[in-house]
Structures are given as C-alpha cells and as structure tokens.
Ligand binder design. Sequence first.
Ligand code: MV4
Length: 494
Amino acid sequence: MKKIVVANRGEIALRVMRSCREMGIKTVAVYSEADRNAPFVKYADEAVCIGPPPSNQSYLMGNKIIEVCKQVNADGIHPGYGFLSENAEFAASVNKAGLIFIGPSPEAMRMMGDKLSAKAAAKKYKIPMVPGSEGAILSVKEGKEVAVATGFPILIKASAGGGGKGMRIVENIEEFEEQMKLAVSEATSAFGDGSVFIERYVAGPRHIEIQILGDTHGNIVYLFERECSIQRRHQKVIEEAPSSVLTPEIRKAMGECAVNVGKACNYTGAGTVEFLLDENKNFYFLEMNTRLQVEHPVTEMITGIDLVKEQIKVARGEKLSFTQNDLTIHGHSVEVRVYAEDPANNFLPDIGKLFTYQRPQGLGVRVDDGFEEGMDIPIYYDPMISKLISFGKDRQEAINRMIRAIDDYKIIGVETTLPFCKFVLKHDAFTSGNFDTHFIKHYFKPEMLIHENEDEAIIAALVGAKLMNESKTTASTSPQNEEVEISKWKTNRM
Ligand code: MV4
C-alpha cells in the first residue's frame, strides 16, 4: 500500500495519518466544507473536499469516497471509527472497486453487527453469555415465557442495536407486553429491523472489553483489556488499561474467549470484544465492535503496539509479527474524553471558539486531538475536543499524572468535561477501584463541580463579556436548529 484515503475527520483522521507517515505511506484527507481548515486536512499529503458539512452529504458518502480513491490513485481506505467504519456494504463496495478496506471482511462485520448472529456464532465456542432467549423473540407470549424462565428483572435488547441503543429493562411480567411492543417499534424505526432478544439484567456490572488483532493467516491474539465502566448514558467518559479488578487468571480466560469470538467470524484486523463482569467476577460476552475504538490508545500505551500500523500490516496481508507469548502489560494508562459540553448544566453541548487552547505536556502525557487554538468546534459533528491519555508505572501514577495534565490543560471559550473528569479521578470509589457502570448515577451531582470550577468560570465569564462587546453583530443559531443538532450528535457516538 502506497497511498491511503482516510475516510474520517478530527483526531482519529490525524491519528491514522501519523502512523501512515511513519510507514512511508501517503495520505489523502477527504473533508467536508466545515473542516476546510482542520489540522487533519493540512497534515494529509493531499486533500479533497467531498461535500457540505452534514455527514450524510460528506463523511457518509461512501461512493463519493471510493471515487476519490480512484481519482488520486489510492490503494486503501481507513474508515476510523463512527461514520462508515462498521458499514459492511461500504466495505464490500470498497473491495469490489479493487481497493483495500482497512478493517475486517464484510462477512465478519455483518455477522458481528447483528447481536443475535454474533451470539449464535460465539455459542459454538462455549463463550459464557448472560442467560436469556436462544434467539429472536417472535411473540409477546413467547417473550413472557422466556422472561419468567430467565427471572426478572430482564433486558429486552434490539438485535440490530448495540452500545445500549434500543435496550429496555423490564422489572415484572405486568410491564412486559408494553415494553416489548415499544422495543420492537423502536428497533424497527431506528434500525429497520425489529428483532429483539431477552437477557437477564445484570445489576451492577463492570464493562470490560478485550482488544484483539487477527491476521489473514488465521492468527488471532488478545491485547488485554480496557475497563470502560465510567460512562454516562452509554457514553464512555474515562477508560483505563489494565482493569484494577482482573486477576491474571480471569484476564487469560477473557482473553481466550475474545480470541474465540474472533475465530467464530474469521476476524481480521483490530476488533474489540465486549464483556460484562458481575459482582462475583463472572464474565459474559455481550457484543463485538468491528472497528478501531476511540479508547484504543490505552491499549497502545500498555502494550507498546501501534494498533493502526498493525491494521495496515494485516490489510497488506502480512502475518502478525508477534505471538500471544510476546505480549505483556507494561504499566498503566488512563484516558479521559474531553467534550465541549457543560457538566454543570446536564452536559449540554457548548460549542464555540477555542480562544485559548493549550495542551498539557510532559512525561507520560499524550493528547490525541484535532483542533488548534482559534478554531471553532463545528456544530455538525460529535463535540469531542480531544482524548487525553496518561501513562504511569502503576495505576496511582497514571491517575496522578492525569490530574496534573487536566490542571495543565487550558481551554477557554467553551465549557468542557475536564472538571468533571477530575472529579471522577479524585473520587474514593474510583481511586479504590471499587466502582461499576452506575458510578456517575450514584456519585455525581452537578453542584459538586461549581467549587472546582470557580477560577476558570470567572476567567471564562470575563473573556465572554469582552467578546460580546467586540462582536455584537455575530449571528446566532436559533434554538430550534440547535435542538436538531443536539439530537444528531447523540446518535453518532462511539
Ligand atoms: C447489559 C447490562 C446488564 N445486563 N446486559 C449497555 C451497552 C451494551 N453494549 C450492553 N449494555 C448493557 N447490557 C445485561 N444482560 C447492562 C448494560 C449497561 C452497560 C454496559 C456497559 C457499560 C455501561 C452500561 C450502562 C448501562 C447498561
């Protein structure tokens, strides 16, 4: 491969291009009109504008992107995460055009994209799964029988869903019919597929996922776990590797299960197998994500492996250059997602201009971002400003370094989730490692931030007042439009 089109934007486009550059591969940015001045466009060797800002007229235009590949004589496409990354039809079109899709086969994407077929495939390898229905629930009557046999509370999940989309909790049999009907109609309108299934509801689980890597010669390895339990409304906030609760035995067992899930779909490239871990440290396979994930850097930090490089090498047909025995965990890494959202105000998106934007630096600090000082955060896409990643010899050092990095990060112009992340990192439940997916619901109230935030709030208010005076004529978006955009952001999260 000599030239790769990066079919994405922002931090992940830059992230992919950096690895390409190290490998001597030319890069092509495809960008929307909203991203004309973005760092990833400048960083690329070539750049082609593919349309107006809305994703469905630019970053989701698969055929247009394939056309660009032909124009610039590229031989591969890296899809990043989100947008077209898990679209099996797109991957198939790329291959059909004689280009290389840097990711798994369309067949593996299809099989794992549907939760029921993913579970059916995993079952052949005796992977532990939450008790529930064997396959799709076809009637309310059947559903009630399965729910009673499983034991309440249960979850109704959409087979075409994933990442928590289309999930409904049912506490008792009286609620069942209504909830099932809602689940089916939601799944039908959201995914065009009303298939649902039932699982026992695991009450206070941890979300632990295993990174795997497979080549086209039948080798699959696991690159250990990422702990992603700190999340808000299915949106991950803080991730870390390794997890503070896994014993070497459980780690090995989960890793081997993840490899088997990979084998069940002949997986190639980088993928992630999601598990729930209950209070008794039983783990259950949930679903597989067939893309590079947002939080992949923490795995890179503890393994020393560049996952994007490995994706490209696998796509070129190379054998993995290491075996499972070559892989070990070194130190500890934490990632926080920095969003342009106001944590004191129900995490409302707070887009605007980055008047001051100074990244933290120093030993063990990595910033994956896609912005420069003075840039506007576009309203059209997910409002993630950056991912801040720390590395230390152990968990405590990684956490202390992260808190230092948060304090060194200077962002003025928009509210960010940084103070909220600091709140989490300093909380006893987090530092002790004794937390689950309900952490934020249990421990966070917006009032808790107001004190933390005081100095910055005063500066921001002063800067804001000054700017208001300077530019009274600037047009503002109507609240109605803002609402539409907000709902659009919420759908595109990884
Ligand atoms: C569950 C569960 C409890 N029991 N399944 C949410 C995301 C999707 N991948 C699956 N999810 C869950 N599935 C059973 N049987 C709880 C969740 C869940 C969750 C999982 C991981 C991280 C955060 C979560 C937050 C709420 C619910």
